[in-house]
Write a new protein. Structure first.
Length: 84
C-alpha cells in the first residue's frame, strides 16, 4: 500500500455529547396533547339552558360536546363514523 492511505485524519476526533435519554423524552413530550373533558361537568346545565323555551324535540348533546368532537375529528383525522 502506498503511504497516502496511511495518513492520519486531520482535526480532532468527534465526540458525541448528546444525551439520548433526554432527547428521547423531549420527543415524547413534543407529541403530547391535553384533551380537557370539562364540558362533561356542565353537561346537564348546558342542555337545560339550550332546551329552555324550546319547541320540538329537545337537544341531547351540548354545543361544547359537538365542538370537542369536531376537534377530535380534525386532530386525529378520524372519520365521523369511527367517532360514533
Amino acid at each position: 500500500m502506498s503511504k497516502r492511505w496511511e495518513k492520519k485524519r486531520w482535526g480532532k476526533k468527534y465526540k458525541d455529547n448528546r444525551n439520548w435519554k433526554e432527547y428521547n423524552e423531549r420527543l415524547v413530550q413534543r407529541g403530547e396533547l391535553y384533551l380537557s373533558l370539562e364540558f362533561v361537568e356542565n353537561w346537564d346545565l348546558e342542555i337545560a339552558k339550550m332546551n329552555k323555551n324550546k319547541r320540538g324535540a329537545p337537544f341531547q348533546y351540548p354545543k361544547q360536546f359537538i365542538l370537542w368532537m369536531a376537534f377530535i375529528h380534525i386532530i386525529f383525522a378520524m372519520p365521523y363514523r369511527h367517532m360514533e
